[in-house]
Design a protein around this ligand. Structure first.
Ligand code: MTE
Ligand code: MO
Length: 240
């Protein structure tokens, strides 16, 4: 049946079916999440500033700058604080100087958003989350972490085992420079083995908890275990 012969009822129903399917699958097309989930997701292409070479290439290989809040929270270097609390022996607050004084970890890898866009060879630097956990001293009975953002809206979760993977860092440098405000600076989470939504921006707090508490994107349909393509779990057998 050609589209022109469809009756008005079918035409009306079509958008609702499409939305329902996206919600059900939990893997909406790029840009659809804002409409489907009702969240105010800003989705603009990164430009050359702060985006390295990717910004000079036409089309792909660029970051989309996401925020589920109205604006980008602007936090100065000196005002920045990371609170670590919950099931730890030494609850504490880290300044950016504190984080930069800890042993740093740096590496490059492809960034991969669940909606399909990727940016090759992104350089990251920060403190391994496992080092932060060891500094705070995880108590018996701890199972997972929850992460909070200065945006007051986004939240994330990782199991303790996932959090201790080597390419999971509290990042203060990205693309060879301090993490910019649009990219979640001064400090964001970077979860290398998982899709981009796990890499919460403007990281404000880490709480060690006794169960997995699904975060913002997971409550809207994305998998809690956000392993990205080619990464299906811990690769280091000592971590499993
Ligand atoms: N606070 C916050 N963190 C966030 C998001 C967000 O909307 N708010 N979006 C996530 C998603 S879906 C992706 S793909 C990456 C995108 O990182 P970028 O904005 O630096 O490109 O950030 C993740 N972290
Ligand atoms: Mo994403």
């Amino acid at each position: 049946m050609p589209p022109s012969s469809k009756g008005p009822i079918e035409k009306k129903a079509a958008p609702r079916i499409a939305v329902g399917r996206r919600v059900f699958l939990g893997m909406g097309a790029l840009g659809a999440v804002g409409i489907v989930f009702g969240a105010k997701v800003q989705n603009v292409l990164g430009n050359a500033f702060g985006s390295g070479l990717g910004g000079l290439l036409p089309g792909g290989d660029r970051f989309r700058l996401y925020t589920v809040s109205e604006n980008y929270p602007v936090i100065s270097r000196t005002d920045y604080r990371l609170e670590v609390s919950g099931l730890v022996h030494h609850p504490q607050t880290f300044t950016l100087d504190d984080l930069e004084a800890m042993p740093s970890s740096s590496f490059s890898q492809e960034f991969q958003c669940v909606t399909g866009w990727t940016v090759p060879n992104v350089h990251w630097e920060g403190v391994k989350l496992s080092d932060i956990l060891d500094t705070a001293g995880v108590k018996d009975g701890a199972v997972a972490l929850t992460f909070e953002s200065y945006d007051g809206t986004d939240t994330e979760s990782l199991t303790l085992q996932q959090a201790r993977l080597p390419e999971v860092i509290v990042a203060y440098r990205m693309l060879g420079a301090p993490v910019t405000t649009p990219h979640g600076g001064p400090v964001r989470l970077y979860v290398g083995p998982m899709f981009g939504y796990k890499s919460l921006k403007w990281l404000s707090a880490i709480r060690v908890v006794d169960r997995v508490i699904p975060g913002f994107w997971e409550l809207r349909g994305y998998p809690v275990d956000g392993w990205r393509d080619g990464s299906t779990g811990p690769t280091d057998p000592s971590l499993s």
